[in-house]
Design a protein around this ligand. Sequence first.
Ligand code: ZN
Ligand code: ZN
Length: 154
Amino acid sequence: MQIPNHNRAARVNELVTRLREKGHRITPQRLAILKLLVENESHPSVEQVYEQIRPDFPTTSLATVYKTVNMLKEEGEILELGFANHSSRYDSNRPYSHPHLICIHCQDIIDAEVIEMAEFPDTLTEKYGYQILNHRVDFYGICPKCQMEAQKPE
Ligand SMILES: [Zn+2]
Ligand SMILES: [Zn+2]
C-alpha cells in the first residue's frame, strides 16, 4: 500500500499532529530530530541525526535520538533498514516497504521510484498464495557523485 506522494514539510506537520494526539510531547529538539528523519533524503543513521542536530541543540544526547526513533517505530511512523555491517538507516517520510538504491562507496541511500514494484505483492499473492506483509528490496551500486569522483584526474 502506497501513501500518495506529498511534500516532506506537510508530512512533518501531519506526523507532529498525530504524535501529539497520541499523547507524545514534541519538544523543539524532538521536532528537529523528526524533521531530519523525514526531510533528509539520504536515510540517516541515528549517529548521523545526532551529528546534524548537535550544533543547534548542544545538550541533545545520542539516547534522545534513539528514544525518538523508538517512539516512531512504536507508532509505525518510520521504516528501519538494518544492515549486518553498519548502523541501521531510517526513513520517516515513507514508513512502509519501498525499494532503495544504496551506494557501496559513500553509503548514501535514496528511494528508488519503481512503478512496477507496487504490483509485485499482488503478483506474489496470486502465484504463491502468500499474504504479503512487507518486503525489502535494495539495489546496490555506485552513485553518480562517486562515479564522478572516480573519474577525476589525479
Ligand atoms: Zn556514493
Ligand atoms: Zn526510503
